[in-house]
Design a protein around this ligand. Structure first.
Ligand SMILES: NC(=O)C1=CN([C@@H]2O[C@H](COP(=O)(O)OP(=O)(O)OC[C@H]3O[C@@H](n4cnc5c(N)ncnc54)[C@H](OP(=O)(O)O)[C@@H]3O)[C@@H](O)[C@H]2O)C=CC1
Ligand SMILES: O=C(O)C1=N[C@H](C(=O)O)C[C@H](O)C1
Length: 252
């Protein structure tokens, strides 16, 4: 049995993940962490201030964190202190926060950290890499769209797309939206849409003369992220203590 605590337990992703863990025959949901007290599928949810005490009491194998960046950093440090493996889907980390996470995790606990846990997006990233290899001289524009409540922008998935493009094409200037008189140079355009209940859309446009290629992914339900996170939780238990990507989990 893989024992799981969900952090961000009362949120959109936390409740989706809690349901899947609760229903999995090989997993045990032992509780949740959030800002307020509550319950998650009849298991206790305690405030984040009590995380150390709760991890000692419930002794999970894995903490799955889908919260906000500043909170996730503290939760990751607590998991590492208590020798609990990690699956981290939270996005919006600064470079400094990423370094803090690396120091907390490496050599201490195994952690799968990904800006997107859907299988489709992990394949989409591979397609974007291949397109960039072939179409480096085309104009490139990245667009993402999410629901009105999303706190960070651009999305973590879009930032991963920009990293892939940089790896393949070298560092290019990023232009975040355009207004007024603008002249296109060898930049990458990055465009963010927020509205309604859009679950998560990402697209990369490669525009040449007389033709365009668009690589895109659209999520219709948060279940695709939740399923990937639960798959990663199963996979991460007992691994060497370092940071893993979802690509490693999926052997892509
Ligand atoms: N990697 C992936 O595949 C995916 C990543 N995400 C990312 O996951 C994160 C959460 O998204 P979503 O579920 O939509 O957001 P929600 O706001 O619905 O959920 C986040 C929850 O975390 C709670 N929270 C805040 N601080 C803490 C803390 N210190 N400890 C524990 N819980 C805390 C929030 O409480 P309160 O509301 O009271 O502040 C809220 O209940 C975001 O960063 C998002 O980008 C989302 C989908 C897929
Ligand atoms: O906040 C969300 O909802 C999502 N966040 C992730 C991101 O920032 O890339 C993944 C997904 O697109 C949904």
């Amino acid at each position: 049995m893989v024992k799981v605590v969900v952090s961000g337990a009362l949120g959109r992703m936390g409740t989706n993940i809690g349901r899947l863990v609760d229903e999995a025959p090989d997993m045990e949901l032992v509780g949740g962490i959030d800002v307020k007290e509550g319950t998650l599928f009849e298991k206790e949810v305690v405030p984040a201030a009590r995380i150390d005490e709760f991890l000692k009491q419930t002794r999970p194998d894995v903490l799955i964190d889908f919260t906000v960046a500043a909170a996730a950093v503290e939760n990751i440090k607590a998991a590492a202190r208590n020798n609990v493996g990690l699956v981290v889907g939270t996005t919006g980390f600064s470079p400094e926060q990423r370094e803090t996470i690396r120091v907390a995790v490496e050599g201490n606990v195994p952690a799968v950290i990904s800006s997107n846990f859907s299988i489709g997006v992990n394949i989409f990233w591979k397609l974007v890499r291949e397109a960039a290899r072939q179409l480096g001289d085309y104009d490139i524009e990245v667009t993402e769209a999410h629901h009105r409540y999303k706190k960070d922008a651009p999305s973590g998935t879009a930032k991963t797309i920009l990293e892939i493009l940089d790896q393949e094409l070298g560092d290019r200037e990023k232009v975040y939206g355009r207004v007024g008189e603008t002249e296109r140079k060898n930049e990458i355009g990055m465009h963010v849409i927020r509205g309604g209940d859009i679950v998560g859309d990402h697209s990369v446009l490669f525009a040449g003369n007389f033709e365009c290629i668009e690589v895109s992914h659209r999520a219709y339900d948060r279940a695709v992220f939740a399923r990937g996170a639960v798959r990663a939780a199963r996979w991460v238990s007992g691994r060497e203590p370092r940071i893993y990507s979802m690509q490693e989990v999926l052997e892509l």
